[in-house]
Design a protein around this ligand. Structure first.
Ligand code: ACO
Length: 447
């Protein structure tokens, strides 16, 4: 998208007639949108606040103009800065992709080398962070530990508040990308009661992460190249996905000019939810619950007959109404990983579930296809990661996307502190009453 693409064409307008007043209004259309603020001009009288739109969950509202990620959900297309995800997954490394998201272009060889070295320089955590993490209960969920610890980093780096100082901002972006794998690995080691392993900066980004996760007494961890590359590809696939729930949290919190560590903590919290990053954990739970290939038809029937509370986890997407292109790459990757690790026994159930769902009218009519989470959990499990760690594996690469989106938001003169409107449907103004005149609350939500 270039700037001319954003300027209005005078012939592209929308005429709206307000039947309450008989007045007609004309609004410019830009990039398939009208400005919501233009609707405020539609009023019945001087005291009227003006018309708004009601759009819970932002299903039809563009909250920003972005140049980072393009998705065509109907066609199953995902591009970062114009590059198809399939090409990036085949040919690039995760750190190259992080650079691309942050800077708009793929790095030259020299830039990629310097960026990798720069990231490697910042993988260590302050020793007090380690002590802080030791305070969590032995069974603390790693996502809870991750979001608290990344938030706590803001207290170690108070200069990160200088978000409009380009040099400072870049410095903290690199720190965050570098330290997320270290915090993540420490949460894992904490959960299994093993000593924390310090970064080995001779290794690649994913190689070092695997070393911090798995190394025991050996002087140097030997990374399996297939698994190292598979994890790098998974990181590329998860690096950004335009305005999803956690990115919206990053932009929303960041719009208050909060420091990036606190904003990443907020987006990590959003990602924690089972409808977002927690879905691959839920997929494995579901596959275990099904237990056997023969039980798949009955499970699908149960999903179809329920009133929406039981879902086929790893299926459906707010944006993709076609096969999620990331799921297609992951499905291929699974074979390479299983060749090293052995097949995950749940794979047969997953394949049967996909086969049945893709030809069932219920799923076809609703355009429900496998999403990125359907197969990723199977690979992660085969690589030896616990299911409650899967969302952490999502948060590490998504940090690059969150930061790219945050940076774009900060530099966008159109943006202000995020502050949606509401339609108030509560009681009209009334006077306070003493106990003697109050009636019991019907069905209190909190008692
Ligand atoms: N299984 C069964 N039915 C489903 C599913 C599913 N996984 N997803 C949607 N539907 C049905 C709904 O019941 C609804 O049916 P109805 O029209 O008869 O009421 C219809 O499809 C539309 O569903 P919505 O909930 O309106 O779709 P929405 O866009 O709000 O939800 C979501 C998208 C949350 C991803 C949903 O598909 C879902 O819950 N999927 C399972 C969880 C999951 O895999 N999440 C990971 C998403 S990818 C990511 O975050 C990285």
């Amino acid at each position: 998208m270039n700037d001319t693409a954003l300027s209005p064409s005078p012939t592209e307008t929308l005429s709206v007639k307000d039947n309450r007043t008989g007045k007609t209004y004309e609004f410019p259309i830009q990039n398939g949108t009208i400005r919501a603020m233009d609707l405020r001009k539609i009023r019945v009288d001087e005291d009227d606040f003006g018309l708004m739109t009601y759009d819970p969950a932002f299903t039809n509202t563009a909250s920003c103009r972005s140049r980072i990620t393009f998705i065509d959900g109907e066609k199953g297309i995902l591009e970062y800065r114009g590059y198809p995800i399939e090409q990036l997954a085949e040919k690039s490394t995760f750190l190259e992709v992080a650079w691309l998201l942050l800077n708009g272009e793929l790095p030259t060889e020299a830039e990629a080398k310097a960026f990798t070295e720069h990231v490697c320089l910042h993988t260590y955590l302050h020793e007090n962070t380690k002590k802080f993490m030791e305070g969590f209960r032995h069974d603390a969920h790693p996502m809870g530990m991750l979001l608290s610890t990344v938030g706590a980093l803001s207290t170690f780096y108070p200069a990160a508040k200088n978000i409009f100082d380009a040099k400072q901002r870049a410095h903290h972006v690199i720190r965050l990308i570098a330290k997320m794998p270290t915090i993540a690995a420490f949460t894992y080691r904490h959960s299994i009661g093993f000593p924390y392993v310090y970064p080995d900066n001779d290794l690649s980004y994913t190689g070092n992460f695997l070393s911090m996760m798995k190394k025991m007494a050996e002087p140097k961890y030997k990374v399996h190249p297939t698994l190292e590359r598979a994890l790098d590809v998974l990181f590329i696939l998860h690096a950004d996905h335009e305005q999803n729930c956690s990115t919206n949290a990053m932009r929303g919190v960041g719009s208050a000019h909060t420091d990036p560590y606190s904003a990443v903590a907020a987006s990590t919290a959003a990602l924690y939810g089972p409808l977002h990053g927690g879905a691959n954990e839920a997929v494995l739970k579901m596959l275990r619950e099904i237990g056997d290939v023969k039980a798949v038809p009955a499970f699908v029937q149960e999903v179809k007959q329920g009133s929406g509370e039981k879902r086929l986890m790893g299926f459906g997407h707010r944006v993709y109404k076609n096969y999620d292109p990331r799921a297609a790459v992951i499905k291929k990757l699974a074979d390479e990983v299983f060749e090293v690790t052995g097949k995950n026994p749940l794979l047969a159930i997953a394949l049967e579930l996909e086969r049945i769902a893709l030809q069932d009218d219920y799923f076809v009519r609703r355009k429900l296809y496998p999403n990125v989470d359907f197969y990723s959990g199977l690979i992660y499990e085969a690589m030896g990661f616990h299911s409650d760690f899967f969302t952490v594996l999502f948060a590490i690469p998504r940090t690059a996307g969150w930061l790219a989106q945050w940076q774009e938001m900060l530099l966008d003169p159109d943006q202000k502190i995020a502050r949606p409107r509401q339609i108030y449907l509560g009681p009209a103004r009334r006077d306070w009453v003493p106990f003697s005149e109050r009636r019991e609350t019907t069905a209190p939500l909190v008692a």
